[in-house]
Design a binder for this molecule. Structure first.
Ligand code: G3P
Length: 214
């Protein structure tokens, strides 16, 4: 199981890397817009920090534009993966970029049918959004389970799942239990995973008792 950092913030990425929690990085236009600097420069800096896949999203919505942008972004570094929205033109672009040896991630997946189409188009990764489904009272984890079954039962579909829009530590635990390939996790959730009140109480008690030996 790989854990990626869902962030374009270098400090957050470095902190996760120090803990072995940065097998890759996913960005999107919203995450990059939160940072200072130019779009491509921000991606370049992330690629200098991370040797695993760094996912960079195209802004175009037509297949020619997506292919053009994808080729440009791929020049930034060997580890760039092109993130493409789940639309018909996006699927067309996936096929072209795949034929050129460029890895793609079809993002904004909200149904199993969309995941099948993306996998058939040749996407290297499919990216279902968990939290946003939960937001509208659908079961995001349920969708992840269905997509995983589809890919496990059809090994000819050589696509890996990246679970995104992860909002809680429980999402991380449930996805790990299911055996989902990759979890992209915001740094806030990584911090929440680390914390437990009983750990804090235990540390405090040990420190107090250790006073006797000083
Ligand atoms: O990687 C996609 C992710 O950043 C979306 O998360 O919380 O905006 O739904 P969220």
């Amino acid at each position: 199981m790989d854990i990626y950092v869902d962030s374009a913030n270098l400090t957050e990425i470095r902190q996760a890397k120090e803990l072995g929690l940065a097998d890759g990085v996913t960005t999107n236009p919203t995450l990059i817009a939160k940072e200072r600097g130019e779009f491509t420069e921000i991606l370049k800096d992330i690629c200098k920090e991370i040797s695993g896949p760094v996912h960079a999203e195209v802004l175009s919505l037509d297949s020619d534009g997506i292919v053009r942008e994808g080729r440009e972004l791929a020049k930034i570094s060997d580890n760039i993966v092109i993130k493409i929205p789940m639309i018909k033109d996006g699927l067309k672009a996936v096929r072209v970029l795949k034929s050129e040896g460029i890895d793609t991630n079809v993002t904004l997946i909200f149904s199993a049918g969309q995941a099948i189409l993306a996998a058939k188009a040749g996407a290297t990764y499919v990216c279902p959004f968990l939290g946003r489904l939960d937001d509208i009272s659908h079961d995001g984890l349920d969708l992840l389970g269905v997509i995983r079954s589809i890919l496990v039962n059809n090994p000819d579909l050589e696509t890996r799942i990246i679970a995104a829009s992860i909002r809680t530590p429980n999402h991380v635990v449930e996805l790990s239990t299911m055996g989902v390939d990759i979890l992209t996790v915001p740094s806030k959730v990584l911090s929440q995973l680390e914390k437990h009140p009983l750990t804090d109480i235990g540390i405090e008690a040990f420190a107090k008792d250790a006073e006797k030996f000083k």
